[in-house]
Design a protein around this ligand. Structure first.
Ligand code: NAG
Ligand code: NAG
Ligand code: NAG
Length: 437
């Protein structure tokens, strides 16, 4: 996730009218200052007082006249200079006024294009619509047009979108998974639909039947590997990074740590699935796991007859494909996306590691309200290993959870020990309930 304010700036030609007005004001003030300077400069040099000469002294009179003539011609020259400068200033002013008019026209044009920088053409235009409904259809939309959905931020990336929409209609889509996901993270989510087919894996192998599929690593031939450094699942399991770690590092290893997760309740940060389900006596049936890696949470829930949708992006690995191969439901949305579920519908929402202090506070608060929205009354929000600093816990997050209005069923805060005690890093696990009224 990028920061929220890294939007590219508009080119300066479409500067705001307010700024242009300010410029004009500045120019006017400068022009006036210039005139005052010139006039005051002249009056300083020309002696406007009547000459103190006696009429009988004709020589002196002539000298005086000569001198006055000289001064007059000098001042004439100065007046000419002044008028030249004024006309230059006027030209400048005219240019500026033209610019303001142009900026206004540009702005109007942009409004006509609904925020797009240039007129839409080709596939992109078709994909983002709007499209007129057939005659005689009057839906309850208050409009006779249908608008395909599209992330508003898409308008800022018209060039990238044009590239994204460049393909042979009916042919194979470009292998641009990473590119497309970067656009999503910049707020262009959802992306426009396309009329092309994703590349199909060569020698596709049918998935393993259920329930073996839940804990089987899928055949390598079940996906295309174009977007990844690894070219098979064994590589994903064993890969190591030079610096840092991969997101969900152990996720693809179904015989390792993944196998034991949520099976045992240690009474502290690790809650057990059975203990959590017990809190609701069988009324937990459907739910969502936000950023659920390769789907092991959903697999464990499935074994308990609970249907969980797992949201995940495909960064550095085919997470969505892997989840689907296990016979579970993947949902390709980022954590910034409004949850595509209706109000008061889900029995449980779970999230491990993903929601944490890396998400800007305002955005996290919206995300938590959204979770509260989709949960049914009495629904559970299992916040699993939320990561933050000790100082943030009580100052920022506890008040935030209170604002959202969850009821605490369980609450466990503990030092995060894997990087040493001195860092004051904390984990929070909590079982929260949406109150019934
Ligand atoms: C008038 O002044 C100019 C120099 O400013 C000089 O060359 C000229 O001789 C003067 N004429 C008389 C009549 O004094
Ligand atoms: C899941 O549902 C099946 C069929 O309804 C049932 O036989 C099984 O006992 C259930 N499993 C659990 C763990 O509740
Ligand atoms: C947060 O506040 C509680 C109760 O006031 C306190 O027991 C706990 O130590 C605080 N936690 C941190 C990390 O400061």
């Amino acid at each position: 996730m990028g920061s929220m304010d890294d939007y590219p700036r508009k080119p300066s030609q479409s500067q705001s009218p307010t700024r242009s007005k300010l410029k004009i004001l500045l120019v006017l003030v400068l022009t006036n200052l210039l005139s005052i300077y010139l006039f005051s400069g002249s009056s300083g040099r020309i002696n406007w007082l009547p000459p103190a000469t006696h009429l009988w002294d004709s020589g002196a009179l002539l000298r005086e006249l000569n001198e006055t003539q000289g001064l007059l011609s000098a001042s004439q020259a100065e007046v000419m200079l002044l008028s030249r400068r004024l006309s230059t200033t006027n030209t400048l002013l005219e240019t500026l006024l033209t610019d303001v008019g142009k900026a206004r026209r540009d702005e109007a044009a942009e409004q006509d294009l609904e925020g797009w920088a240039h007129q839409l053409t080709g596939e992109l235009k078709l994909a983002v619509g709007p499209h007129k409904l057939p005659l005689g259809y009057t839906p309850n939309l208050g409009s006779d047009e249908l608008y395909p959905t599209l992330g508003t931020a898409c308008r800022r990336y018209q060039e990238e979108l044009t590239q994204y929409m460049s393909y042979a209609v009916g042919g194979e889509c470009p292998s641009d998974e990473a590119f497309a996901q970067r656009l999503m993270l910049k707020g262009c989510e959802p992306l426009p639909r396309r009329r092309c087919h994703p590349k199909s894996p060569v020698g596709y192998v049918e998935p393993t039947p259920f329930p073996e599929s839940l804990w089987s690593i899928p055949p390598d031939a079940s996906i295309t590997w174009d977007a990844y450094t690894c070219k098979n699942y064994a590589c994903l399991v064993h890969r190591k990074m030079e610096k840092g770690t991969y997101d969900c590092k152990d996720c693809f290893d179904l015989s390792g740590r993944e196998k034991d997760r949520w099976l045992y309740d240690n009474g502290e940060l690790d809650y057990g699935i059975d203990e959590v389900l017990e809190a609701k006596h069988g009324s937990v049936r459907i739910g969502l796991d936000i950023g659920g890696g390769t789907g092991s949470f959903a697999a464990r829930m499935r074994e308990r007859n609970v249907t969980i949708v797992t949201s995940s992006m495909n960064f550095d690995g085919p997470f969505n494909n892997f989840i689907a191969s296990r016979g579970l439901l993947p949902l390709h949305i980022s954590v910034a996306h409004r949850l595509p579920f209706f109000d008061n519908t889900l029995d449980i929402v779970h999230s491990m590691h993903v929601l944490s202090n890396w998400i800007p506070d305002a955005m996290l608060e919206f995300a938590l309200f959204d979770i509260h929205r989709v949960l049914r009354p009495g629904g559970l929000f299992w916040l699993d290993h939320f990561f933050c600093l000790g100082t943030q816990l009580n100052a920022t997050y506890v008040p935030m959870f209170q604002r959202i209005g969850f009821k605490k069923l369980r609450w466990s805060a503990g030092r995060k020990l894997d990087r040493g005690l001195d860092k004051n890093e904390w984990y929070l696990s909590a079982l929260l309930e949406k109150p019934t009224t």
